[in-house]
Design a protein around this ligand. Structure first.
Ligand code: AMP
Ligand code: ZN
Length: 136
């Protein structure tokens, strides 16, 4: 997509600190890292969100995420893999991507995880709704 910053990075029209590349995917450092080595992994073709990726692209992408994660795991104590979809979920760049965030003890990074309670009825209903909306 012409005005997509990650498409431009994929086409090397704008520079990035590339850590991994194959035919379908690119891994590069986040410009505003949460920790040293914070890496973004993108498909080279444009899709806005994870659900819009075709299966082959997603397969290559997740394989690249694991490959880079293995490298990061060797040089850190742990890592988070994060993937935001749509603005409400914190997506700022509308080209699907995974974040890999290297972690070490005492790094002060905290993901907010609220823990609301739901009724048994609500739980049964949401299970049904998700199942009804599964498609191939
Ligand atoms: P998200 O909130 O999941 O959409 O995350 C988008 C990420 O892209 C943010 O962490 C930004 O710091 C990062 N980002 C935006 N522009 C660039 C860029 N030109 N190079 C590297 N990372 C970028
Ligand atoms: Zn794009």
């Amino acid at each position: 997509m012409a005005d997509c910053i990650f498409c431009k990075i994929a086409k090397k029209e704008i520079p990035s600190d590339i850590v991994y590349e194959d035919k379908y995917t690119l891994g590069f450092l986040d410009i505003k890292p949460v920790s040293l080595g914070h890496t973004l992994v993108i498909p080279k073709t444009h899709a806005e969100t994870l659900d819009k990726l075709n299966e082959n692209t997603l397969g290559s992408l997740i394989a690249a995420v694991q490959k880079i994660s293995k490298a990061i795991n060797k040089i850190s104590e742990g890592y988070n893999v994060i993937q935001n979809n749509k603005e409400v979920a914190g997506q700022v760049v509308h080209h699907a991507h995974f974040h890999i965030v290297p972690r070490k003890s005492g790094d002060g990074i905290h993901w907010e995880r609220p823990n609301p309670k739901f009724s048994e009825k609500q739980l049964r209903e949401i299970v049904d709704k998700i199942k009804q909306n599964l498609t191939n």
